[in-house]
Design a protein around this ligand. Structure first.
Ligand SMILES: Nc1ncnc2c1ncn2[C@@H]1O[C@H](COP(=O)(O)OP(=O)(O)OP(=O)(O)O)[C@@H](O)[C@H]1O
Ligand SMILES: [Mg+2]
Length: 426
């Protein structure tokens, strides 16, 4: 194993990392950091949870150190697809940045833009942004990317898909033509070719995983749950397990409905999707991170990049729409070398669809027929009978008063490391 010091990162960064208990580089870091430090354009693909944030982020900071920045005109730019992910990247890079005397801020939708305008009025070295908000700030004359000499796209394949590409192009067009560019994802596929052709110079590819990045500390199961009624019961029992659980649904409406059902069964669940206000989104992530709401029910908005320690189970309540989403959703567990379990619930009529999806994802899953009370369900997921009194919908006062916990209450969770506490999405 190579230490961060050996990779050529500046001492202040090495010291900050070692205070967080991080000394040896992960494979993608070992492979890509030297090239990133030398100013090369990079295409980086490493499995979920393999440390890509530091891989592009730390060399950016190292290269930005020692030179001045101006207000409203960052010298480094990171683009990310969701607010939660952008905020998390900023948070992870904040300590190493300040150790080098650099200022990093994030600008994301859902926050009063005046807040960002004020933040940009002082010199900013590194800006982490969601594309929409960056564009708004440019249109208002408060942000100028003309000095952004290093740019990184996290979840680059998603940033290159139809939903984001036009905006991303507009932003990159405003950065210097000879800027250093880095594109990272666990699933860096053909979609990024458009960006590579248009914006990259002689990029080097660093890939520490096969095309479809699998994580070998992850156990995959397909749970054949029979009909809808049985499935719904299985979901409640899984929700009552001990430990942190993320449940993925296909639609926002599905998320809201599932949260209500879980809470009615006394399970502290919160929902996360794109139609929720920023306050509710932040509360959902924070409650999940601090253990007060052990079940997070989300759309694919939470599928990419979110890094919350100790998620032991990911449940595809609805199978994902495509195989890449399977890998990203699954990757919310088994991060940084830890282990975790991923289950996909398949009702009878979904079995073929799920089998096909897993084949495409390159995942070998064990299929098991389960019923709500079955031993297999307990063994694989830790499912329990929900027992607490019904909880009101999120945001309403609990009749039993604040702090009431049932089922998977956070109190029993072992103490978490500083890194985990700081975890994810804020
Ligand atoms: N060298 C290291 N040693 C120990 N922990 C590390 C190291 N590098 C990163 N980590 C931790 O590993 C976790 C996962 O890192 P990160 O979020 O960067 O993964 P990722 O590759 O971006 O995953 P995803 O594809 O899901 O976005 C983080 O909590 C991070 O702090
Ligand atoms: Mg990431």
């Amino acid at each position: 194993m190579t230490s961060f010091a050996e990779l050529g990162l500046p001492d202040p960064i090495v010291r900050v990392l070692s205070k967080q208990g991080i000394t040896d580089a992960f494979p993608i870091q070992e492979a890509a950091i030297p090239d990133a430090l030398s100013g090369r354009d990079i295409l980086g693909r490493g499995p979920t949870g393999s440390g890509k944030t530091f891989t592009f982020g730390l060399p950016m900071l190292a290269r930005l150190a020692g030179a001045p920045s101006r207000p409203g005109s960052p010298r480094g730019l990171v683009l990310a697809p969701t607010r939660e992910l952008a905020a998390q990247i900023r948070e992870r890079l904040e300590d190493p940045a300040s150790a080098l005397g650099l200022r990093v801020i994030d600008v994301v939708g859902g926050v009063n833009i005046n807040h960002h305008i004020r933040a940009l009025a002082a010199p900013v070295d590194l800006l982490v942004a969601t594309p929409g908000r960056a564009e708004d700030l440019i249109n208002q004359g408060k942000l100028d990317l003309g000095r952004a000499e290093i740019t990184a796209l996290d979840e680059a394949d998603q940033m290159a898909d139809m939903g984001f590409l036009p905006q991303v192009r507009k932003l990159l067009d405003r950065t210097p033509n000879d800027a250093q560019r880095m594109l990272f994802s666990a699933t860096l596929d053909g979609d990024v070719e458009k960006l590579v052709q248009a914006y990259m110079h002689d990029p080097v590819t660093h890939s520490t995983a096969p095309a479809e990045a699998a994580v070998d500390t992850m156990a995959h199961y397909v749970l054949e749950v029979g009909d809808r009624e049985q499935r719904n019961d299985v979901v409640l029992r899984i929700g009552a397990r001990e430990g942190r659980t993320i449940m993925f649904m296909r639609t926002k409406h599905g998320v809201d409905r599932q949260v209500k059902k879980l809470r009615r069964a006394g399970i502290h669940a919160q929902g996360l999707h794109g139609d929720k206000g920023q306050g509710a989104r932040t509360r959902a992530i924070e409650g999940f991170s601090d253990g007060s709401t052990p079940v997070l029910v989300a759309t694919d908005i939470a599928a990419r990049g979110i890094d919350i320690g100790g998620v032991s189970l990911v449940v595809h309540v609805d199978p994902p729409a495509e195989h890449k989403a399977y890998l990203h959703r699954a990757g919310r567990t088994a991060r940084a070398g830890t282990s975790g379990t991923v289950v996909t619930l398949a009702m009878d009529e979904q079995r073929d669809e799920v089998a096909q999806l897993l084949r495409k994802a390159g995942v070998e899953a064990t299929s098991v027929t389960v019923a709500p009370g079955s031993e297999a369900l307990v063994r694989i997921t830790g499912a329990r009978e929900p027992q607490g009194p019904p909880l009101p919908p999120p945001g309403h006062a609990s009749p039993a008063g604040p702090g009431t916990r049932t089922g998977t209450g956070g109190k029993r969770r072992p103490a978490r490391s500083r890194r985990q506490r700081r975890g994810g999405g804020r």
